[in-house]
Design a protein around this ligand. Structure first.
Ligand code: ADP
Length: 891
C-alpha cells in the first residue's frame, strides 16, 4: 500500500500522515467527532472488508482523498470484523476537549494521538473475543549459544483479557508442538524463526532485547527488584517475556493491563502432541475450523466461559505426571458421589460472570459499569458456592478444598461494591447513575442540587401557564437551547412583545422562549450535573483501584473456573457411560468397550455405536489393523488416541474401563490431509509425517497410523509400510496401531512376536456387505473395495466389470505363486525378519475358473443377459439352479 507524499497536506491531513507514519502496518482509525475516519489506502481496504461506502473528502495534491468512516458507538463490531480479516488497527483519539467556537485560543486541528493498537493478540472487549477461548499473544526468543545441543527457545504467552502470563524454555524441536497447543492469536518472533503453519500469525517487526535488559524490564513491570522473585527463568524466557510486555505496552499506548506474575513452566510434564496429531484428532476445532464435532464439544458440560476456556486448556495440554492426573480425577469423582453438592454447584455457576475478563478491561481503563458489577456478582456467587461445597457428606479432595479456600476471600470488597454500585446500572459511565445514592455525600449533594432545580423547573410550567394565560405552554429541554418555554406558533404573537421573555427560536409550528429564571436554573443544573459526573468518575476510578488491588477476585476467578471443569466432568461421568481411567507408571494399555465420543454423538438415533476393546499390552503392543474402507478403522484409531488425551488430561474416558500406562508422546496420522497448498504432494506429506514419528517416538509413546504407503505405487508402498512397521515393532518399541490395506503384512506376525493382527469384522448378507464396526483378531481376506464402490453409487456395469477384473487379477497372482516379490522367502530372510513360507495365504484367494475373468463363459453370458430388477423370485431361483449346474459342468 503506497501513500502519496504528505507535502502540501492540510493541517488535519498532515496530522493524519504523521500518525499513520507511526503505525504504517495498521489501519488508522482517525477520530473526527462521532466518527472514526479512514483515508487513502486504509479507506479502500476497510470499505472493502467492511462492505461500507467509500467516498471522498477534500483533495490532496489535486486528487480527491478516498475516505470511509464508522460511528464511534459501533466501532467494536467493525473492529472485530477487521481483526478477523487479519487487519491491525491503530485508534487515534482527540486528546484535547472540543474547543468552543469563537473563544480564541489555539488554532488548527485538535490534538490527536494513537491511544491503542488493536491487534489479534491484544484484545479485551467481549465483542472482539470468543468467550470460551483463550486469546494468546506468544513471544519466541532463541536460546543463545551455538551447536545443536544448545538449540532451544524461550517462549512467553500472555492473555491480556484475563491476565494469564506464563513462560517456558523448550528444546529446539518442540516449538511447533507448543504453538499447536497454545494456538496463539498473534506471535512475536524474529523473521528468521521458522513458524511452520503459524507463520501467518507473526506480528510485523519485533524487537528482541538483551537478556539483562529483559530481566530488568520484566521485574520492573511487577515492581520487583529481580525476576528471581517469581521463579527460575532462563535468559531466553526472560527475553521472550520482555518482548511480550513491550509489545503490550506499545499496543496499549503505555498502559499495562493487570497481569498475573510470570509463571515459568518446566520443560516436560505435558503429553507431546505435534500439530499433525492435533489436526487429525479435532480436539478443540475441526480441520475446517468449526467448534462443533470436536472432542471439546463432546465432553464439555461447563456452564461458564472461564470454565470452557480452562477445559480447552486441559484438553490441549494433557499431563504426564500420574499424581497431577489423579488429583483432577479425585476432584470430579468426589462430585460424582456428592450429587447434591454437584447440583448446587452447577446451579450457582450458571449465573457466574466472567470475572477474569472483567478485571482485564478494568485494568486497562476500558472497564464498563457492568464489569464492576461482574466482580461484585462473582464474589457473591463464590460465597454461595463455598457454602454448597461445605455440605458434602465426605471431606472434599485437595483440588476442591483448595478452590474452596479461595472462595471466601474478598468479602470486604464485595460489601463495598454492594454499597457503591447502583441497582440499575447504566451501560456507560458517562450516562450517570453508576454510584448508588447514599454512598458518597458530595455526589448526593450535587445530584440533589441538580434534581431540585429540575423539580423547580417542572413547577414553573404551571406558574408560567397561569401567568401568560396559555394552557398549552410547555417547558422542554432542548439539546442546543437548554430549558425553554415552548408554545404553539399561533399563540406566540402576543408573547413576543413581553420584555421578560426572550425569543430563542421560532419555527412554523412552535416558538421557543427563555426567561432569566430559566437560564439561571439551566446553568445550575448543567453545572451540578457536570460536577456530579466528575465526582462519579472519581469514585468509580477509586473503586476500580480497590478491585484491582485486591488479590481475591483473580484467585476466585481461577477457583470458579476449576470448579466448573470438575463439575463438567462429574456431570459427564454421573451417567455411568464414562469411566475414571487407571493411569499407571508402567506400559499397560487396555481399553475396555471404548467409544469415539464425537462419532457416537453424530450417529443417527436408529444406529448404535459399537464399542471396541483395545489391548496394546507389552506382549502385543503393535496392533496391525486391516479391513475395508468404511468399516470403522479410522474411528477406532482416533478413539484410542482420544482416550489417552482424555485420561491424561484428568478427564473421564468413554469406556467401561481403561488402564493406561502414561504416554509421553502421542502421534496420530489418520485421514488423508493433502497439503497441495504448500506445494507438497500427498506422498511427500505422508513421508514427512512418518519421518517425524520414526525420529521422535520412543517406548513410552503411542502411535496410531492409517494407511502408510498409500500415496505411492503398490510395491513401493508395501515396502515402506513393511519397514516402518518393523521399525515400530523392533526399534522404537512403542505401543501402536497400524492400519493398512496391505493385508499381506499380517503375515509378519510370524516373525514379529509382538504384532497382533486384527481386522474389522464384515459380513456379507444378501450379496451386500455389512460393516459391523467390530475389531476382531485376524486379518482381512478381501478388501471389499468393489462392494464399497457399489455402496457409493458407482454405476452397476462399472462395478461388475471391476469385479471381473479383480477375479482375473487375483487368479494371476495365484498362478504366479509369489504375488509380490517382497514376500519371497529369500527376501524375507535377507531382511532379517525371520524366515517364513510366503505365499501360503494366497491360496485362499485363488479362484477356480477356466477363463481370464475367473468365470466360465457360459455362466458369464447368462449373468450378463440377466437383469436382476426384472426377476421374479421364482425365475431367480430357477436361475440359481441353472448357474449352479453350469458351474458344475464347467469344472
Ligand atoms: P474407515 O476408516 O474404515 O474407512 P471410518 O472409521 O471412517 O471407516 O467409519 C466410517 C463410518 O462408520 C463412520 O462415519 C461411522 O458413521 C461408522 N462407524 C465407525 N465406527 C463405528 C462404530 N464403532 N460403531 C458404529 N458406527 C461406526
Amino acid at each position: 500500500m503506497t501513500l502519496p507524499s504528505p507535502d502540501g497536506a492540510t493541517p488535519a491531513m498532515a496530522q493524519w500522515f504523521s500518525l499513520k507514519a507511526e503505525h504504517p502496518e495498521a489501519l488508522l482509525f482517525f477520530r473526527m467527532g462521532d466518527f472514526y475516519e479512514l483515508f487513502f489506502s486504509d479507506a479502500e481496504a476497510a470499505a472493502g472488508a467492511l462492505d461500507i461506502a467509500l467516498t471522498a473528502r477534500g483533495t490532496h495534491g489535486d486528487m480527491p482523498i478516498p475516505m470511509c468512516g464508522v460511528p464511534v458507538g459501533a466501532a467494536p463490531s467493525y473492529l472485530a470484523r477487521l481483526i478477523r480479516r487479519g487487519f491491525r488497527v491503530a485508534v487515534a483519539e482527540q486528546t484535547e476537549p472540543p474547543r468552543k467556537p469563537g473563544k480564541g485560543g489555539p488554532k488548527g486541528p485538535l490534538a490527536r494521538a494513537v491511544v491503542r493498537l488493536v491487534t489479534p493478540g491484544t484484545l479485551t472487549e467481549d465483542e472482539l473475543l470468543e468467550a470460551g477461548r483463550q486469546n494468546l499473544l506468544v513471544a519466541v526468543a532463541p536460546r543463545a549459544g551455538r551447536g545443536a545441543a544448545s538449540h532451544g527457545w524461550g517462549v512467553a504467552w500472555i492473555d491480556i483479557s484475563t491476565g494469564t502470563f506464563e513462560t517456558a524454555s523448550i528444546g529446539g524441536e518442540r516449538l511447533v508442538d507448543l504453538l499447536g497447543r497454545l494456538d496463539p492469536a498473534e506471535i512475536l518472533a524474529a523473521g528468521e524463526i521458522e513458524l511452520g503453519d503459524f507463520a501467518s500469525r507473526r506480528a510485523p517487526a519485533t524487537v528482541t532485547p538483551q537478556a539483562a535488559t529483559a530481566r530488568k524490564r520484566v521485574a520492573e513491570t511487577f515492581q520487583a527488584a529481580s525476576l528471581d522473585a517469581f521463579g527460575t527463568f532462563s535468559d531466553e524466557e526472560a527475553v521472550a517475556a520482555a518482548m511480550a510486555l513491550d509489545y503490550i505496552r506499545r499496543s496499549q499506548a503505555g498502559r499495562m493491563p493487570r497481569l498475573s506474575r510470570p509463571h515459568p513452566h518446566e520443560d516436560g510434564g505435558i503429553l507431546g502432541l505435534d500439530p499433525a496429531t492435533r489436526a487429525s484428532l479435532d480436539l478443540l476445532r475441526t480441520r475446517e475450523g468449526g467448534s462443533e464435532h470436536t472432542l471439546l464439544a463432546s465432553v464439555g458440560r461447563t456452564v461458564t466461559a472461564p470454565g470452557s476456556r480452562l477445559l480447552a486448556e486441559w484438553i490441549a495440554a494433557p499431563l504426564t505426571r500420574g499424581a497431577a492426573i489423579a488429583a483432577r480425577q479425585d476432584g470430579w469423582c468426589w462430585l460424582v458421589q456428592e450429587g447434591g453438592v454437584r447440583a448446587a454447584l452447577r446451579q450457582a455457576l450458571r449465573g457466574a460472570p466472567d470475572i477474569a475478563r472483567a478485571l482485564g478491561r478494568l485494568s486497562l481503563g476500558r472497564g464498563l459499569p457492568r464489569d464492576a458489577a461482574s466482580v461484585r456478582d462473582g464474589l457473591a456467587i463464590a460465597r454461595r458456592i463455598a457454602r454448597a461445597l461445605a455440605d458434602g457428606r465426605t471431606a472434599p479432595p485437595a483440588l476442591v478444598a483448595d478452590a474452596a479456600s479461595h472462595l471466601g476471600e474478598a468479602t470486604a470488597l464485595e460489601a463495598r461494591l454492594n454499597q457503591a454500585l447502583a441497582e440499575d446500572l447504566p451501560a456507560r459511565l458517562e450516562d450517570g447513575g453508576v454510584i448508588a445514592p447514599g454512598f458518597d455525600g458530595e455526589l448526593d449533594a450535587e445530584r440533589a442540587l441538580r434534581d431540585d432545580s429540575r423539580r423547580i423547573i417542572a413547577g414553573l410550567q404551571n406558574d408560567y401557564a397561569q401567568k401568560f394565560g396559555l394552557a398549552s405552554l410547555k417547558i422542554r429541554h432542548h439539546a442546543q437551547l437548554g430549558y425553554v418555554i415552548e408554545i404553539p406558533a399561533a399563540a406566540a404573537g402576543r408573547l413576543r412583545e413581553r420584555s421578560d421573555l426572550i425569543l430563542r427560536q421560532g419555527t412554523a409550528s412552535a416558538a421557543r422562549f427563555s426567561t432569566d429564571e430559566l437560564v439561571g436554573l439551566d446553568r445550575r443544573i448543567a453545572e451540578a450535573a457536570e460536577r456530579a459526573a466528575a465526582r462519579e468518575r472519581l469514585i468509580f476510578a477509586a473503586l476500580v483501584r480497590e478491585i484491582l488491588d485486591d488479590p481475591g477476585p483473580p484467585a476466585i476467578a481461577g477457583a470458579l473456573a476449576r470448579l466448573d471443569v470438575l463439575q463438567s466432568c462429574a456431570d459427564l461421568a454421573a451417567g455411568g457411560l464414562w469411566c475414571r481411567p487407571e493411569v499407571t507408571d508402567d506400559d499397560a494399555f487396555t481399553l475396555t468397550a471404548c467409544r469415539h465420543p464425537v462419532v457416537e454423538a453424530a450417529l443417527p438415533r436408529s444406529e448404535r455405536f459399537t464399542p471396541n476393546d483395545c489391548v496394546l499390552e507389552p506382549a502385543q503392543r503393535v496392533m496391525l489393523l486391516t479391513g475395508p474402507n468404511m468399516a470403522g478403522k479410522s474411528t477406532f484409531l482416533r478413539q484410542t488416541a482420544l482416550a489417552v488425551i482424555l485420561a491424561q488430561a484428568g478427564l473421564p474416558v468413554p469406556a467401561k474401563a481403561a488402564r493406561i500406562g502414561v504416554v509421553d508422546r502421542l502421534f496420530s496420522r489418520v485421514g488423508a490431509s493433502d497439503d497441495l497448498a504448500r506445494g507438497r504432494s500427498t506422498f511427500m506429506v505422508e513421508m514427512t509425517e512418518t519421518a517425524a514419528i520414526l525420529n521422535q517416538a520412543g517406548p513410552r509413546s503411542l502411535v496410531v497410523v492409517d494407511e502408510i504407503g498409500r500415496g505411492t505405487a503398490t510395491l513401493d508402498g508395501l515396502a515402506i509400510a513393511w519397514s516402518v512397521l518393523e521399525a515400530m515393532h523392533s526399534t522404537l518399541r512403542c505401543r501402536s496401531i497400524f492400519a493398512t490395506h496391505f493385508h499381506e503384512l499380517a503375515e509378519l506376525a510370524e516373525s514379529l512376536p509382538r504384532l497382533s493382527p486384527h481386522t474389522m469384522s464384515v459380513r456379507e448378507w444378501k450379496g451386500q456387505v455389512v460393516f459391523q464396526h467390530e475389531v476382531v483378531p485376524g486379518s482381512a481376506r478381501r478388501s471389499w473395495g468393489v462392494h464399497v464402490a457399489r455402496l457409493a453409487g458407482v454405476p452397476e456395469p462399472v462395478v461388475r466389470r471391476a469385479a471381473r477384473l479383480l477375479a482375473g487379477l487375483e487368479k494371476d497372482r495365484a498362478v504366479g505363486a509369489r504375488p509380490l516379490p517382497l514376500f519371497s522367502a529369500g527376501e524375507a530372510r535377507a531382511n532379517d525378519v525371520g524366515a517364513k513360507e510366503a505365499g501360503a495365504k494366497d491360496v485362499e484367494t485363488t479362484q477356480s475358473g477356466p477363463d481370464d475373468a475367473g468365470l466360465p463363459d457360459a455362466v458369464r453370458d447368462m449373468l450378463d443377459r440377466m437383469n436382476p430388477d426384472e426377476l421374479t423370485p421364482r425365475t431367480a431361483l430357477d436361475m440359481v439352479y441353472a448357474l449352479k449346474k453350469l458351474m458344475l459342468e464347467e469344472s
